[in-house]
Write a protein that binds this ligand. Structure first.
Ligand SMILES: [Zn+2]
Length: 499
C-alpha cells in the first residue's frame, strides 16, 4: 500500500472527495461553534448557514462532472483495478452520489435544520423535563427522518434505513439477534454479580473536587492516553461530544457537572474518538479518507479507551496514585476498595453513569423504543410511557422524571435516530479488538499497569486508526481480528470483568 493513485482518473476521484471533505470540515466548524461559542441570538443565522452548506454539498455531489467521473471509474473498473486508496475514495463518492440523487436537497436541508433546532431545544428544555415542548418537536423530527429514510432507501423498513445512516452493513434482523444474544447473558451476569454494593461504591466514588483539581486529573488522563497536544483542543460542556474539523484536529469535551471521576471517564470516551479521528496514515489523509468510520467503529474506539482501558485493573494501578496525589480523600482508601467501587453495578435511569453491564440494557431500551415507533406500534405521545415500562422491565428502575428518562440524551434532538445500536455494536467490536490485541501482544496490558500505553495505542493505530475510512467497517473488523462480528467476545469480556 505505497502508491496513492494508479493514474489521472483515480487522482480526479480523490480530488473530488477532498473537496467534499472540506465541506464536511466547514460543517464541523459550524457544529463546534454552535456547541461552544455561539451567542444565542445567532441561532437563526447559523441555521441558514447550515442549510446553505448542506445545499452546497448536495450540488457538489450531484454535479454533472461528478457523474461523468463516476461513469469513467465504473468503465475502468476502478473498484477492482485501482489502488486501495482509489477504491476507498471511489466507494465513498459513489455512495454520496447515490444518496444525494435519491434524497432531494430541500429534504437534506430540512433534516439538517431540524437537527440544529433540536439540539438547541434540548439544551433549553431537558433539565426541566418539559415534555409539552419536547414531544411536538420529536414528532416533527421523526416525520422528517421518515421522509428522509423513504427517499434514501425506498422499499426498506424506515427504521432499517435510519440505522443504515450510521451502520450501513446491518439489518434489523441481525441487530435483533444481537440483542437477543446479549440481553439474557447480561441479565444473568447482573443477577449473579457479587461486586461491591452500590451505596458503598457511591460513597467511595463521590468526592469534592475543585474545577482546578478536575482539570489536573483530566490532563493527566490525556497524557497517559498519549493524546497529541498539537492536535487536540479540549472543551467543557454539559453533554460531552467529540468534534473533528480536519485530519489533525480533535476537539473532545467533558462535563464537570457530575464529579471528578465522571469527568475523567467522559473525557477518555471523547478522547478515544479523537485519537481515531487524527490517527489516519499520510496516504489515507492524502486520499481524503481521514477521520474514522462513523457509527459502530467510532464508538468502538471511544468505548475501548473509556471501558476496556479505563475500567481495567492495569489502568487504575497506574492512575490511582495520580488520583491520590490530587484528591486527599483517596490517600485513606485502599486500591482494592477503590477498584471494586469502579466495577460496582450502578443500575439507574442514567446511561452515562451506568456500569458496563447495565449499559447494554440502556441501549436496548432506546433501540426498542425507536423500533416500536417506526414500525407503527406506538405514537410519539406513548413513547414516555413505553420508555419507563422498558426501564422497569430491563433494569427494574423507573425514571423519576422525563429529565432523567426519555429526555436525558440529546440524540433525538441532534438527529441521531437509529444511532444507539452503534454503542452496543461498538462495545462488541471493542471487546473483539481487545481479544485480538491480547492475542497479538500479551504484554500490552501488563505495560499499561506501569503507565505505558504505547503498545495498546500502537496496536490500535496499526489495525484500526491508520486506515481512516479506507475500508467498509466489517472488512476492517475482519482485517484487524481475523473474523466477522462475534458477540461472544463481548460476553467473555463482561464475564472476565464482572463474572
Ligand atoms: Zn461516543
Amino acid at each position: 500500500m505505497t502508491a496513492l493513485t494508479s493514474g489521472a482518473l483515480g487522482q480526479q476521484i480523490i480530488d473530488q472527495v477532498k473537496r467534499l471533505r472540506y465541506l464536511d470540515s466547514l460543517e464541523q466548524v459550524v457544529y463546534c461553534d454552535r456547541w461552544h461559542e455561539m451567542p444565542p441570538a445567532s441561532f437563526d443565522y447559523h441555521n441558514q448557514l447550515d442549510g446553505y452548506l448542506a445545499q452546497l454539498r448536495h450540488e457538489a455531489v450531484t454535479a454533472p462532472a461528478v457523474a461523468t467521473l463516476l461513469a469513467a471509474a465504473k468503465k475502468a473498473d476502478l473498484a477492482r483495478t485501482g489502488t486501495v486508496y482509489e477504491q476507498g475514495a471511489y466507494r465513498l463518492l459513489q455512495h454520496e452520489q447515490d444518496e444525494a440523487n435519491r434524497v432531494p436537497a430541500a429534504l437534506q436541508t430540512a433534516s439538517a435544520n431540524m437537527d440544529a433546532t433540536g439540539q438547541r431545544l434540548w439544551q433549553e428544555v431537558h433539565e426541566a423535563g418539559d415534555l409539552t415542548r419536547w414531544l411536538p418537536f420529536v414528532q416533527e423530527q421523526f416525520d422528517v427522518k421518515t421522509q428522509w429514510a423513504q427517499a434514501a432507501e425506498p422499499g426498506v423498513p424506515v427504521y432499517e434505513a435510519l440505522v443504515h445512516r450510521f451502520d450501513p452493513e446491518y439489518s434489523l434482523a441481525e441487530l435483533d439477534a444481537l440483542f437477543a444474544q446479549l440481553k439474557p447473558a447480561v441479565h444473568q451476569l447482573i443477577a449473579e454479580n457479587h461486586g461491591m454494593a452500590p451505596a458503598a461504591a457511591d460513597e467511595i466514588l463521590t468526592v469534592d473536587a475543585t474545577p482546578a483539581q478536575v482539570q489536573i486529573l483530566c490532563d493527566k488522563a490525556q497524557a497517559m492516553m498519549q493524546m497529541d497536544p498539537a492536535k487536540t483542543v479540549n472543551y467543557r460542556q454539559e453533554h460531552p461530544v467529540s468534534v473533528s474539523v480536519g485530519p489533525d484536529d480533535a476537539r473532545p469535551s467533558t462535563t464537570l457537572a457530575h464529579g471528578a471521576l465522571f469527568a475523567v471517564d467522559c473525557l477518555m470516551h471523547e478522547s478515544g474518538h479523537s485519537r481515531y479521528n487524527y490517527g489516519a496514515n499520510d496516504l489515507v489523509k492524502q486520499a481524503g479518507l481521514w477521520g474514522g468510520i462513523d457509527g459502530a467503529l467510532h464508538e468502538s474506539q471511544s468505548l475501548f479507551y473509556q471501558r476496556v482501558v479505563g475500567l481495567s485493573k492495569e489502568w487504575w494501578q497506574a492512575f490511582y496514585p495520580e488520583v491520590q496525589a490530587v484528591l486527599p480523600k483517596y490517600r485513606q482508601i485502599a486500591f482494592s476498595d477503590f477498584y471494586a467501587a469502579k466495577l460496582a453495578l450502578h443500575i439507574g435511569p442514567n446511561r452515562l453513569d451506568a456500569d458496563e453491564l447495565s449499559y447494554v440494557m440502556h441501549i436496548a431500551v432506546r433501540y426498542e423504543t425507536e423500533r416500536a415507533y417506526f414500525s407503527g406500534q406506538a405514537s410519539v405521545a406513548e413513547l414516555p410511557g413505553i420508555w419507563n415500562a422498558k426501564y422497569h422491565d430491563h433494569l427494574g428502575v423507573t425514571p423519576a422524571s422525563p429529565a432523567e428518562g426519555i429526555m436525558a440524551d440529546v440524540h433525538w434532538g441532534s438527529g441521531h435516530i437509529g444511532y444507539f445500536q452503534s454503542y452496543v455494536l461498538g462495545i462488541a467490536y471493542a471487546a473483539q479488538f481487545y481479544h485480538a490485541l491480547k492475542r497479538d501482544d500479551p504484554e500490552a496490558f501488563p505495560a499499561l499497569a506501569g503507565g505505558d500505553m504505547t503498545r495498546i495505542n500502537a496496536w490500535l493505530r496499526e489495525h484500526v486508526h491508520q486506515f481512516g475510512q479506507l475500508f467498509p467497517p466489517r472488512e476492517l473488523l475482519r482485517r484487524a481480528t481475523g473474523e466477522d462480528l462475534n458477540p461472544q467476545y463481548l460476553i467473555d469480556y463482561l464475564k472476565e470483568r464482572h463474572g
